[in-house]
Design a binder for this molecule. Structure first.
Ligand SMILES: [Zn+2]
Length: 137
């Protein structure tokens, strides 16, 4: 269970607006969604602001089951991260892979709950370096 303190830090960082914006989005964020899911009995190491984004409840549920083009789009936006061999490596990825917000801006999320904006070319370069390709939408 992610601590209330961390959840509030993430919600504040993302201006309490849902980052996911799925088809049933209410826009108003009430929870912190894991970019790379913890899974059942997962390590709390992934309860890190770099791995968490503000989400509404409906998108939080929708994202878990998104498949096909929806899933690809989430991965390309950095909303969803494909897990690595260890939780430590997955968290490292969360600190590197940019998150694209609904307004089109790309940011690197830090573990201290802050974020750092990247120019589009820089974000694209990082995605290419990590083999994340897909339609920009
Ligand atoms: Zn939403």
């Amino acid at each position: 269970m992610t601590s209330t303190k961390i959840i509030n830090r993430v919600l504040d960082r993302d201006h309490r607006m849902c980052v996911i914006r799925g088809p049933f989005c209410t826009v108003h964020a009430t929870c912190a969604d894991h970019r790379a899911g913890r899974g059942a009995g997962g390590s709390p190491i992934l309860d890190d602001p770099a791995n968490l984004i503000a989400a509404c409840q409906l998108c939080n549920v929708w994202k878990e089951d998104a498949t096909g083009p929806d899933r690809e789009k989430l991965i390309h936006r950095g909303v969803r991260l494909v897990k690595r061999a260890t939780n430590e490596a997955t968290l490292e990825l969360a600190r590197i892979i940019p998150l694209r917000f609904p307004d089109g801006t790309s940011w690197r999320l830090n573990s201290d709950g802050t974020k750092h904006q990247l120019v589009a070319a820089e974000a694209q370069e990082i995605l290419a370096l990590y083999g994340i390709h897909g339609a920009v939408a």
